[in-house]
Ligand binder design. Structure first.
Ligand SMILES: [Zn+2]
Ligand SMILES: [Zn+2]
Length: 236
């Protein structure tokens, strides 16, 4: 099957990877979309290839697709299920793993990272543990699912922790994929969003995504502009 390889020094190539089949509690996913994250670029631009334990690892940690085969011990998933894959796999026994936070697994030597320590989503297929699969609702397409696999949900979780509401003015610095998601979700949660960036194109996208105001920070005076917008008070 085809998959992307990062050879180092900004060299990428589509190569053949061995076909895979799911074992035990794994499922085989046919990838339908795979997001390119900012952190992919550090692997792409690294001095050496994207390897783990001496093995070339296929990048991609924002996978979304359909289950096409099940390992013999899989429960609760079926062939044809549309899923987002969460790219961390922990011990599945510690407090963090059992409450859905496999990325915080305390058993470090058991923690895997799809796209870093195990093959990721930039390919035709991948095998993943069943515990990393999140159902993709029918009304969301695969591209949206890939965005939710990492970038957008990172912003969502931050806003949930901040308990954002209509009482708040929230300044979001940087309107890349994560910041833009914070603008979208924050506006939906009722907050007035001040979107800050140095790119006019990104500020236009922020305005289209629900920002209450936009601030061009290229003159290094974003604090003054935010104070002007909030009667001197600043953002919450
Ligand atoms: Zn990501
Ligand atoms: Zn764990």
């Amino acid at each position: 099957m085809r998959g992307l390889a990062f050879h180092g020094n900004s060299v990428a190539e589509v190569i053949d990877y061995p076909d895979v089949s799911p074992r035990a509690e794994q499922v085989l996913i046919k990838l339908r979309s795979s997001g390119l994250c900012g952190s992919d670029f550090s692997r792409y631009r690294a001095k050496g290839p994207n390897e783990h334990g001496g093995q070339l690892i296929r990048p991609g940690h924002e996978p979304c697709g359909e289950i096409v085969a099940l390992g013999p011990n899989v429960k609760g998933l079926k062939v044809g299920s549309r899923i987002i894959q969460h790219h961390y796999e922990g011990c599945r026994e510690c407090e963090f793993c059992l409450t859905g936070w496999q990325q915080l697994c305390e058993v470090v030597d058991k923690k895997e990272y799809y796209g870093g320590s195990m093959h990721g989503g930039h390919g035709d297929y991948m095998v993943v543990h069943q515990s990393t699969c999140v159902a993709l609702p029918d009304e969301l397409d695969f591209e949206v699912g890939a965005y939710l696999a990492c970038g957008a949900t990172t912003a969502f979780q931050a806003l949930k922790k901040l308990n954002i509401s209509g009482r708040d003015v929230l300044a979001v610095f940087g309107q890349g994929p994560v910041g833009l998601a914070a603008t979208m979700f924050g506006a939906e949660m009722g907050a007035r969003i001040i979107a800050v960036d140095i790119s006019p194109e990104r500020l236009t996208m922020a305005a289209d995504s629900g920002a209450w105001a936009t601030v061009d920070a290229s003159d290094n005076n974003s604090t003054d502009q935010i104070k002007d917008l909030t009667h001197g008070k600043g953002a919450d």
